[in-house]
Write a protein that binds this ligand. Structure first.
Ligand code: GRG
Length: 301
């Protein structure tokens, strides 16, 4: 279906509401024992984030004509892994941030030990959902592949590995290739997983379309982070909901600090073009994914 900007905006809203309902179904209630831990998990996950990762799961499923009910669990699992990574990233041992999604970070609102546990428990919950959600798939093989993808891309060879590279890079000079490796792991891997989880829900997808979607995901995973680096320089704290300038204050290598602001914008545009190119084998059904790529490089938060 051909969509315009207004359709896209309404789809984003629908997907955000849809994943919020799914998250509410999977998260333990605030009154469930141990209440403090469950309150911290809910605080971090249900805070007003953009829900970019679930949006990608739903948009990919819609492109492939997969019933969205089949990916509600995958969408929630991706957002839950993301929320755990933000909690841990904000801890004093890592970035030591006070503000996230416009609110005090989890360890500021609760305490450090509770925040660590909330992150741990969220990570486990994401895998519980993928292994348990009855609506997801009838195929045990597809379910296992989804669990495998999420484990691989969020672990030491994906997001957590990227975070390790990031921590080791503070105060050091990286070249562009090293910076790209860090970003591909830290941010790109989970974004790539989202597209793959939805693709694995589509029976008879075929290697060609799977690869095309994966190359799209690689481009937008990196463009998202290039923009994150740019926004750290040109954004503002109120719109971002997190501390603007935090990366440069910590002397972190970023695209603007290594190649400059203009070249960083250019890089984001090139990646957007690469994403569109990757989708060229699809017709109008992939328009929502094209809009997502444009959104990533135009976003202000
Ligand atoms: C601690 C294992 C571990 C990993 C942390 C994702 C991550 C790795 C750190 C988050 C810090 C950060 C600024 C990462 C770069 C880009 C990014 C993932 C930003 C936050 O994602 P958004 O913009 O946030 O989608 P919202 O709040 O909208 O969900």
């Amino acid at each position: 279906m051909k969509i315009d900007a207004a359709d896209f905006a309404s789809r984003i809203e629908t997907y955000q509401q849809r994943v919020d309902a799914s998250l509410e179904r999977w998260l333990p209630g605030a009154e469930v024992h141990p209440q403090r831990l469950h309150r911290a998990m809910r605080y971090a996950v249900l805070a007003p984030g953009k829900r970019v990762r679930p949006i990608l799961v739903y948009a990919t499923a819609a492109t492939l004509d997969v019933d969205l009910a089949r990916v509600d669990g995958a969408a929630a699992a991706a957002e839950i892994i993301h929320a755990y990574s933000l909690i841990h990233d904000d801890l004093p041992a890592m970035d030591d941030d006070d503000l996230r999604r416009g609110r005090p970070t989890c360890h500021r609102e609760f305490d450090e030990a509770t925040a660590i546990l909330a992150g741990d428990a969220l990570q486990a919950l994401a895998f519980y959902i993928l292994s348990h959600d009855p609506a997801m798939t009838g195929s045990a093989r597809a379910r296992l592949q989804m669990i495998e993808k999420l484990a691989l891309f969020s672990g030491s060879r994906g997001m957590a590995g990227g975070q390790a590279i990031d921590l080791a890079a503070v105060g050091r000079t990286l070249n562009v290739a090293e910076l790209e490796t860090m970003h591909i792991h830290k941010t790109g891997a989970l974004i790539r997983t989202c597209v793959q989880l939805a693709a694995l829900s589509a029976p008879r997808l075929g290697k060609k379309r799977f690869r095309a979607l994966d190359s799209y995901a690689k481009c937008i995973g990196l463009s998202f982070q290039v923009m994150d680096d740019i926004l750290d320089v040109v954004g503002n704290t109120a719109t971002l909901g997190k501390t603007q300038g935090a990366d440069s204050a910590r002397d972190k290598p970023t695209y603007p600090s290594i190649i400059g602001l203009d070249a960083s914008w250019e890089k984001a545009r090139e990646l957007h073009n690469g994403a569109l190119q990757a989708l060229s084998i699809f017709g109008e059904e992939a328009d929502v994914l094209r809009y997502i790529s444009a959104w990533f490089v135009e976003r202000k938060s």
